[in-house]
Design a protein around this ligand. Structure first.
Ligand SMILES: Nc1ncnc2c1ncn2[C@@H]1O[C@H](COP(=O)(O)OP(=O)(O)O)[C@@H](O)[C@H]1O
Ligand SMILES: [Mg+2]
Length: 188
């Protein structure tokens, strides 16, 4: 369950001045430009729901997802992901979510894809048997077999995205979340 209430993010950037004394002026005036990236957004996503979040470039989609994952702290509003406040409990949250941003890869550029996936498995303490099952599933689901041994830098964009999706789902974030829920449940 994901709950978002009146979520707002305002970026403040020092106002920059151009011209010969521009840099100095930027330093001494300390004026800020404010940009409202996410403006009073509220929604709820129940467990098991598959949703899309659409909007034009610059609408604030990525900024919203960054607040859901704990990468950014909101200016105001509330977020709860599987019972956690992401930026307060960032490490625990990271184990139960997977995220892929198009322009950034979490794969190791110089390593064959399979080695990157093994490293992700190690980083997330995935037990060997679960890693094997999970890798099998990702290979079938995403058709990775043709390029498992190819260094990530040589993959096409589409292949790299499939590799990144595998890396984001490999440690079974949904199961990690289910485990968290079970342990959080009050007996009786
Ligand atoms: N780190 C940042 N500092 C300042 N402004 C930012 C930052 N990140 C995003 N923005 C601005 O916030 C707005 C929303 O950006 P973003 O969430 O990336 O949009 P989307 O993903 O919907 O295309 C844009 O105007 C963008 O320029
Ligand atoms: Mg974006």
């Amino acid at each position: 369950m994901i709950k978002v209430e009146s979520l707002t993010k305002i970026f403040r950037r020092p106002r920059t001045f151009s011209g010969p004394m521009g840099a100095l002026r930027t330093l001494v005036t300390r004026q800020y430009d404010e940009r409202i990236a996410v403006d009073d957004v509220s929604f709820e996503i129940p467990e098991g729901e598959v949703v899309g979040y659409l909007g034009p470039n610059g609408a604030g989609k990525s900024t919203t997802v960054k607040m859901l994952t704990g990468i950014l702290t909101p200016t105001s509003g509330l977020v709860e992901v599987a019972g956690r406040v992401p930026w307060r409990d960032r490490k625990a949250n990271a184990r139960s979510v997977g995220v892929v941003f198009g322009q950034r890869s979490q794969l190791w550029w110089d390593l064959p894809l399979i080695e990157s996936l093994r490293l992700v498995g190690d980083l997330y303490d995935v037990p060997a048997d679960r890693f094997t099952t999970s890798l099998r599933r990702m290979r079938d689901l995403l058709g990775l077999d043709d390029f498992l041994d190819t260094p990530v830098r040589q993959l096409s964009l589409g292949q790299r995205m499939r590799g990144d999706l595998a890396a984001a789902m490999l440690y079974d974030p949904v199961a990690a979340h289910a485990g968290h829920r079970r342990s959080a449940r009050v007996p009786g």
